[in-house]
Design a binder for this molecule. Structure first.
Ligand code: GLA
Length: 691
């Protein structure tokens, strides 16, 4: 046995091992992240050429804790500046503490009063490893934290490493792309104050050859809803490190004497079996260890936004509620336009009392009506915002982010409240608590419609902290409201999918995936979304045709079948839907309710056959297949659709036709979908495994 075996640790999950060692310079080194190793096999890593206890010859070591030290020229996930201007860290290993399944490495700076703790946590039954960093200033002088990434993951050497990422913009979120990783640093992130539409804090690395169903994949996700960056660095020999953390250049955190900085969780996951297996492991993690009410299935909701926008009365909402209830919806959500002077987007944000013309008797009558229809009642709020034309802004013009001598840029005629200020956060909490206490509100759609600009805090000695404290205070308000109103459920929205991440999902129940409700565009958005997040949180509305955003005309069944792959909702103007569409809608809602546990809580597998794409959800004996085909080429018949993950020896009954299929035939040859040959064909197929 090598003499250094006491400096090697393994974090084991059901199928993987993550092996780290503290080298002779007290640096934390990542040695293995992949399939499970026995303790003896892990020790053998110390005999390899890049063992932390051999002299480094010709190549840079890969640090798990990317902390500044001499000769590290690559990515550096932990950077601080001491009050005398010294920048380098020289960490001395103090101890490794194993407690309640956590493994924490404690380091202190050789000279300066800084303690660094890096903590790993795994959960039974999951291959996800969570990592956080805690920095404690044990002295009195402030320390500037330039960068504190939650994790720097060392991916084993791969021939042609490839990066999968989710990029986009408003109305086109979570577009999945896979590209060969260039040498050097590739950085994705957000400087907007929110997670962002432009990039989602999730990436996956593979060897360039993984498919949906084969190959190893390494992925990471950051549980944070403010600004962030993920750096993927390919070194000269092809090795890859992925570093994920909150904050962005050039903001820094000031850590006062005695203070501790805790970073958000960066979660890492190694899986075998291709991209679908990686996605499904993320879904299991979200369901078991992230979401607050993981066993609940989400109700079919109706949302009034696209139907009425700002133009409605209480009676209009009641009429929509009647129609929604008749269709089988279970939760009615009144969107924007119910409060203050908010009859258009120019006024009222910040004044969270019912508009007196629209609701002369308050919200009570509408809520009673909705509850009387057998539905729960939900309401839209955007608490982090004000319109300059609002009572709140007139009373507190200094409560928004701003810089002296700079204009206050408006987006959608609104400014961002300085939620980092304790008095503002307290005020917002109090207003919402009052709203929830005085009205029987079951659900809140919490929106956040514009990014930060001129993000200043005049008079504060450390204004950069607003980038962190805004998100922390947001989390604290959500946590407090949740604790005080235990039956309340919350949807995270940010102009659609601008705030989707494992941080917000820890304290919300679902998210609004995108303002783009066009079923065709949604297929790509939902596919990207599903790389990391489960169907159980993916809000999907069926809206009118032609679609208000894209003007595309898509048949009702197709719109429903695409939305049924997530948390089905209806968002069209039911006052103008034909009787036929309303009746068909009710049938499809009923179909969805039958298969909902499998969709929301089951295992997802993407499907493809020719022009047909779709998704399969499995749970227990139930297999649900949702397929859609935009158009055929050259009148070719649709190929049979091969299903995945079925028991080849079992038989499955197609509940549509009563026909019984062999699992082996469904997997090897496929299912005859019998889709309508015309454009925009779609179907839901429900298979039951026979005993
Ligand atoms: C955002 C949301 C929409 C809707 C509007 C209301 O754009 O994403 O769903 O709530 O705000 O103003």
């Amino acid at each position: 046995m090598p003499a250094h075996d006491s400096r090697l640790w393994t974090i084991d999950t059901p199928n993987t091992s993550y092996v780290v060692a503290v080298d002779e310079h007290d640096r934390l080194r990542g040695l293995h992240w992949g399939p499970r190793l026995s303790p003896e096999q892990a020790l053998a890593l110390l005999d390899l050429p890049d063992s932390p206890f051999r002299p480094v010859v010709g190549r840079e070591p890969r640090f798990d804790l990317g902390a500044g030290s001499a000769f590290q020229y690559g990515h550096n996930g932990l950077q601080v500046r001491f009050s005398d201007g010294t920048r380098d860290l020289e960490l001395v290993f103090a101890e490794a503490v194993e407690e309640d399944g956590d493994l924490t490495f404690v380091f202190t700076d050789r000279h300066y009063p800084l303690e660094v703790r890096t903590r790993y946590r795994s959960h039974p039954g999951s291959d996800v490893i969570e990592r956080t960093l805690a920095l404690r200033n044990t002295g009195t002088e402030p320390i500037e934290v330039v960068r504190a990434d939650s994790a720097t993951w060392v991916v084993p050497g791969l021939d042609a490493p490839r990066l999968s990422q989710l990029h986009g913009e408003w109305g086109a979120e979570t577009q999945l792309t896979r590209t060969t990783i260039p040498y050097g640093e590739t950085v994705i992130g957000s400087r907007r104050g929110i997670t962002s539409h432009q990039a989602n804090p999730w990436v996956a690395i593979d060897d360039g050859e993984a498919t949906e169903t084969s190959g190893p994949v390494w992925s990471t996700a950051l549980a944070w809803s403010g600004t962030w960056r993920i750096t993927v660095e390919k070194g000269p020999t092809g090795s890859v490190v992925v570093s994920a953390g909150f904050g962005h250049d050039p903001i820094a955190i000031r850590l006062g004497g005695g203070e501790t900085l805790e970073t958000p969780i960066a979660a890492g996951l190694h899986t075998a079996g291709g991209f679908a297996a990686a996605a499904s492991a993320w879904h299991d993690y979200a369901l078991a260890h992230v979401l607050p009410h993981p066993d609940e299935v989400r109700p079919v909701l109706y949302n009034s936004w696209e139907a009425t926008e700002f133009d409605f009365t209480a009676e209009d909402q009641m009429r929509l509620a009647d129609r929604a209830a008749a269709m089988g919806c279970e939760l009615f959500v009144m969107d924007d336009g119910w409060f203050g002077a908010r009859v258009n987007d120019r006024a009222g944000l910040g004044d969270w009392t019912p508009n007196p013309d629209r609701f002369p008797d308050g919200l009570g009558p509408l809520i009673k009506h909705v509850h009387g229809c057998g539905m729960r009642f939900g309401i839209w709020v955007e608490p982090e915002m004000v319109n300059p034309d609002s009572d709140l802004y007139r009373a507190h013009p200094d409560w928004v982010y701003h810089q002296p001598n700079r204009r206050r840029s408006e987006v959608r005629q609104q400014l961002v409240l300085n939620l980092a200020r304790p008095d503002v956060a307290e005020f917002i909490h109090a207003r919402l608590d009052e709203l929830l206490s005085q009205n029987e509100i079951d659900f809140v759609k919490w929106d956040m419609n514009r990014p930060f600009t001129e993000a200043g805090w005049p008079g504060d000695e450390d204004p950069d902290r607003l980038w962190f404290d805004h998100t922390r205070n947001l989390y604290a308000i959500l946590d407090r409201l949740r604790a005080d109103h235990p039956t309340l459920r919350i949807e995270s929205c940010s102009s659609g999918g601008g705030r989707v991440d494992f941080g917000i999902l820890r304290r919300t129940d679902q998210v609004w995936t995108s303002d783009n409700t066009d079923a065709v565009d949604r297929i790509a958005i939902q596919d990207g979304f599903a790389q990391a997040y489960p169907a159980r949180v993916m809000g999907a509305w069926v809206t009118d045709s032609p679609n208000p955003l894209t003007r595309r005309e898509v048949p009702l069944d197709f719109r429903f079948h695409v939305a049924m792959a997530g948390v089905l909702a209806v968002g069209g103007d039911l006052r103008i839907w034909s009787d036929e569409d309303q009746a068909r809608g009710a049938e499809l809602v009923a179909d969805y309710k039958r298969v909902r546990p499998a969709v929301q809580l089951g295992r997802r597998r993407p499907l493809r056959a020719g022009e047909v794409t779709g998704v399969q959800y499995d749970r227990g004996d139930q297999t649900v297949v949702l397929v859609w085909r935009k158009a055929r080429s050259f009148a070719y018949p649709d190929p049979l659709l091969k299903l995945h993950g079925l028991d080849p020896d079992a038989r499955y009954r197609d509940e549509r036709t009563g026909r019984v299929h062999h699992g082996a035939i469904l997997a090897l040859h496929g299912l005859d979908l019998g889709l309508d040959p015309a454009d925009y064909a779609s179907a839901m197929i429900e298979l039951t495994r026979l005993p």
